[in-house]
Design a protein around this ligand. Sequence first.
Ligand SMILES: *Cc1c(COP(=O)(O)O)cnc(C)c1O
Length: 344
Amino acid sequence: MIDLRSDTVTKPSEAMRKVMYDAEVGDDVYKEDPSVNKLQEMASKITGKEDSLLVSSGTMGNLVSLLTLTNRGEEIILGDKCHVYAWEGSGVSIFGGISMKIIKNNEDGSFDLSELINSINPLDDHKPKTTTISIENTHNQCGGSPLEVNFMSEVKKIAKENNLKIHMDGARLFNASIAQNQSIENIVKNVDSVTFCLSKGLACPVGSIISGSKDFIDQARRWRKSIGGGMRQAGIFASAGIYALENMVDRLEEDHINAKRLANGLANIPEINIDNEYVKTNILRFELSNNINQDQFTQYMKKEGVLFNSSYGAIRMVTNYGVSSKDIEKVIGITSKVISLIKK
Ligand SMILES: *Cc1c(COP(=O)(O)O)cnc(C)c1O
């Protein structure tokens, strides 16, 4: 099977497993796990933030961060296509009593700055206090687009003028860094908190990191405990995170090259509507023309050994560590064959 459903399907390599086997561990709720401590220190150095915290997933990272920045009864502004709003089961509303105000995402994952300004509530007893802006980088639902650093400085200006905090869902932060040839530190300099995943393109079995100020992380650690996310000998998988930060970041470039190659190949098939110029990281989204039934296409592709996801009427393919450049050539060939079989 060539699995393009997500980069979460990546499995730890032999070398990563060996590191996990040999990991030094302790009780992390007592802050005594040396591997967790080391991973958190590495993350702080990379992000240029004061402190960092290991959590079990990206969803937990976003939840804990937004609970820390935003009080009950307050409001977050976020894009309508973002993961926090669309794919995290309303955790911030359920656990934090926080309301989400959505504004329209542009195609590149940014949003209109005047819409952002207009959506900030004035201080008024009728209205929830607007406290936080949440942005996503790279933007999953917007074709893996990395956010422009300029956009983020504009958002920061607006946040500062209105006394708002900014959280970045950087599940694929390293993909943004590689695609834009920017340091992580530069990408996150305008945000108060950032979360990134170890379990996606970096191919760890579990884990995400939150980074921010020392006060922020102290408070986030309390929230992590409250929602049941305090872990004990977490060094077993934190060690995989250390290994990944040292060995798995640069290879993300291969995923980007493969995604581009795949996009260029698919663009030659008339029944596929894809903006191949737009593909900058490891995610590509495309639509099929009306004479192709999407469910049938998905079924036939699966029969031929190609897996992918679809949502909102579009197909999403995510290149990853388990997919080689040879596989990409195969996928292009299989797609072309399946389409000629089923087109009406
Ligand atoms: C995957 C993803 C998350 C959540 O990560 P999990 O570890 O699956 O909970 C958050 N944000 C974005 C943009 C993602 O793609």
